[in-house]
Design a protein around this ligand. Structure first.
Ligand code: D5M
Ligand code: FE
Ligand code: ZN
Length: 542
């Protein structure tokens, strides 16, 4: 529903004389009642404004009636299942977090980028990276893919409860060693003034009249209100929090605790996070992987010329140690993914699109190992986790014998673990989090937030659809060495607690929709990771 309404939102804003900012559109599309949100946003924006900004959208969404809608979707003090139940009833609910700045704890880029821009000719500059043997060594590659799922969900209420319980249990397990927590119902009956800790899923975040934060935490026993005072140094982390993520808090109970309206005054806030001491594994030989995504074959804007230059380069000596190609979703443009998308299709049949994609794969050197996961344009269910391509599609793409897995998946290449996730949740993080925590210009900041939350799609019921399954496959159970996403068609890279974060660009020029929301895609960049050092080289083929 949010996706279908985006184009309509752009049009409605255009009718009212506004150009739409991309974030503003995403925010408005995520509102429970987009039409009302548009009316409010237009009221908020000054008459002489040319662009309806994300700020205007946020202000509109923050007005009481909309947040009242959100409140209606979460009943008070119910066990963990209720969030799922309510979200299921109203899957398009989303919120806007209009809050102050947060510390930038991601993205501090320790990545070495050689930034060579080259057109793909074998001898056009750049460093010589050929392995000592001077070529790929077929049969000696070392690769394992895990994360493929057999969807076992029945789509029933019980699965929604199960997936949230599993998320809670798994992420709580990562926080247990750090706090001495009690279940919410036990905390509720402790004497006022006691010290207490809670591990809970974020059910509600509200700012109080005086600017403090009230966070409702939910565990399997109930919910409990926690107050973060605005002058605490960790208060700046609250605006980066999303519904349904799991956190731990420690603090002191209010004096009136025990009579039913106690609150925990928070002294410390913990995220599941990646340990700062994480030490990534590296390959024990000179070997590299190219990380790409969003090929979009079948779109009129697919850049066949750039793909040809990339494929040619892969055949050169310079690329001899690039033995792996990881593709993080959106192989093809798909059919009916967005409204009016058919007007920009070059190939109108989805199977023909995959046939053509298979032809492009044949341009890649045969000895290269390829791993592919689906994205939101692929012919796989949209709800995440997305299962791998089915038999019919595998057969079409069989020529190169690629490894085909679910979205998300972890692929271990020469000992280096790479978490591949297409990245649909990035839109939502960028729309809801403060600019310095997540933006289209710096998608790797949003990726750092996902690592900190140890979940690739924390919030249920916004733009990201989550499938009910007995387990939550979207939890980042093990810390990866490299985190690879795509989807937002922007190049971005950094490190977060020693994890290399890479959002690969795309192979599609700007579409009409992207033009309408001022999205200027980064086209045909191929980030190349040296697996023996985790150094990164960015090459462009546009
Ligand atoms: O989406 C590429 C990026 O553009 C991603 O940030 C979503 C956004 N996008 C593109 N088209 C639309 C429409 N029609 N509505 C909303 N958002 C859109 P990708 O899905 O990889 O093409
Ligand atoms: Fe895409
Ligand atoms: Zn996508």
């Amino acid at each position: 529903m949010p996706r279908e309404s985006t184009v309509r939102i752009v049009r409605e804003l255009a009718d009212r004389g506004y150009n739409a900012d991309r974030e503003a559109v995403t925010l408005l599309a995520g509102a429970s009642d987009p039409s009302r949100a548009i009316e409010r946003a237009v009221e908020t924006a000054p008459d002489d404004a040319l662009v309806l900004s994300a700020e205007h959208a946020r202000e509109a969404l923050d007005k009481p009636p909309l947040s009242a809608d959100q409140n209606e979707n979460r009943t008070d003090s119910t066990a963990l299942g209720s969030a799922a139940e309510n979200a299921q009833d109203n899957p398009s609910v989303s919120t806007a977090n209009d809050r102050p700045k947060s510390p930038d704890d991601g993205g501090g880029s320790a990545v070495e980028t050689k930034g060579s821009r080259q057109g793909g000719a074998a001898d056009s500059g750049g460093e010589t990276a050929g392995s000592a043997e001077g070529g790929r060594r077929e049969g000696e590659q070392d690769i394992a893919v895990s994360g493929d799922i057999l969807s076992r969900g029945t789509g029933e209420y019980g699965d929604f409860v199960a997936v949230f319980r599993d998320r809670y249990e798994t992420l709580a397990g990562k926080l247990r060693g750090r706090v001495n927590h009690r279940p919410t119902d036990a905390v509720a009956s402790m004497p006022g003034g006691s010290d207490a800790a809670i591990i809970g899923m974020v059910a509600e975040i509200r700012s109080t009249a005086s600017g403090h934060w009230l966070i409702e935490l939910e565990d399997t026993n109930g919910t409990f209100p926690c107050l973060v005072m605005k002058d605490r140094e960790f208060a700046s982390a609250v605006p980066t929090m999303l519904h349904d993520e799991v956190v731990a808090v420690e603090g002191t109970l209010s004096d009136d605790n025990g009579d039913g309206d106690g609150v925990l005054f928070v002294d410390a806030l913990h995220f599941p996070d990646v340990p700062r001491t994480h030490s990534p594994s590296t390959a024990d030989r000179e070997v590299s992987a190219a990380l790409i995504s969003d090929v979009h074959v079948g779109s009129q804007e697919f850049r066949a010329d750039a793909w040809a230059r990339f494929a040619d380069w892969l055949h050169t000596d310079e690329a001899a140690d690039v033995e792996y190609l990881l593709i993080a979703g959106d192989m093809v443009e798909g059919v009916g993914v967005y409204p009016d998308q058919d007007e920009e299709l070059d190939i109108v049949d989805i199977y023909d699109q995959y046939e053509q994609f298979a032809e492009y794969l044949k341009d890649v050197p045969g000895e290269m190992e390829i791993v592919m996961i689906p994205g939101n344009h692929d012919a796989v269910r949209l709800a995440e986790p997305q299962p791998a391509f089915d038999e019919e599609l595998r057969e079409i793409m069989a020529a190169h014998d690629a490894r085909i897995s679910a979205n998300p998946s972890t692929v271990t290449v020469e000992g280096v673990s790479v978490l591949m996730y297409h990245g649909v949740s990035l839109d939502e993080l960028i729309a809801e989090l403060p600019e310095d925590a997540a933006s289209y210009e710096r998608p790797h900041d949003a990726m750092a937030q996902l690592l900190k939350k140890r979940h690739v799609a924390p919030q249920y019921g916004g733009g990201t659809r989550i499938a009910p399954e007995p387990e939550d496959h979207l939890v980042i159970e093990e810390v990866p060495d490299v985190f690879h996403t795509g989807h937002v068609h922007k190049l971005g890279y950094g490190t977060y607690h020693n994890v290399l974060t890479i959002n690969s660009s795309c192979w599609q020029s700007q579409t009409a929709f992207q033009r309408s929301v001022n999205l200027d895609p980064d086209v045909a960049y191929a980030p190349i990771v040296d697996l023996s050092t985790l150094d990164l080289t960015i090459r462009q083929f546009a």
